[in-house]
Design a binder for this molecule. Structure first.
Ligand code: GAR
Length: 204
């Protein structure tokens, strides 16, 4: 990994239980390649916020329902990120579509985990769609975030066999186990790429 004195300042965005967030925080503690400086949710009731507070991580809850449009919500999100000097964002079960206003300024510095083998099944109900299509395998992907929903370049994937008589819930559970392996590894790779680009920009 490219060297720098301070770890990259990471924000993790969640909307719910935050199991992926926990694996990312643990990996940052174990490996030291990034420092989680903010856990941000678009919902006050996200269970992951409680865990973050118990673990002394700074949190912000910005309820998108309080805003008339997506950009005003995102402007408050952006102000909060600036307040915490965030350099890199990992979306971890963040269930809000972001506009180009936001994604363009974070391009190359924001990644997402999605529960399908992209480019298959962007959007919702990925496990049900994979089973109904008769696929033999499912999985999860970590990708760079761009303006198109779940369209950015894939960084890494994990695969899971679809069993006869699988249900979406059973499959989701097995895929989630793989997500917890995949996301820390992919985050480390993405941050390494980001640092290499940053050093190249400084040298230019
Ligand atoms: C995960 O399965 C993640 O891949 C998915 O939400 C779940 C969040 O679980 N994300 C998406 O569907 C994004 N489009 P978690 O809160 O326990 O990490």
């Amino acid at each position: 990994m490219a060297e720098r004195e301070e770890p990259v300042r990471l924000a993790i965005f969640i909307s719910g239980r935050g199991s992926n967030m926990k694996t990312l925080v643990q990996a940052c503690l174990d490996e030291g390649f990034a420092k989680p400086v903010l856990i941000l949710s678009n919902s006050y009731s996200a269970a992951g916020l409680e865990w973050a507070t118990e673990n002394d991580l700074p949190i912000a809850a910005i309820d998108h329902r309080a805003y008339d449009d997506r950009e005003s919500f995102e402007k408050d999100v952006q102000d909060t990120l600036e307040l915490h000097n965030v350099e890199f964002i990992a979306l971890a079960g963040f269930m809000r579509v972001l506009t180009p206003w936001f994604t363009d300024q974070w391009e190359g510095r924001m990644i997402n985990i999605h529960p399908s083998l992209l480019p298959k099944y962007p959007g919702l109900h990925t496990h049900k769609r994979a089973i109904e299509a008769g696929d033999k395998e499912a999985g999860c992907s970590v990708h760079w975030v761009t303006a198109g929903v779940d369209e950015g370049a894939v960084i890494d994937q994990e695969r899971v066999e679809i069993m006869p008589n699988d249900t979406p819930d059973a499959l989701a559970e097995r895929v989630l186990e793989r997500e917890h392996f995949l996301y820390p590894r992919a985050l480390q790779k993405a941050i390494s790429d980001f640092l290499v680009r940053e050093l190249q920009n400084e040298a230019d």
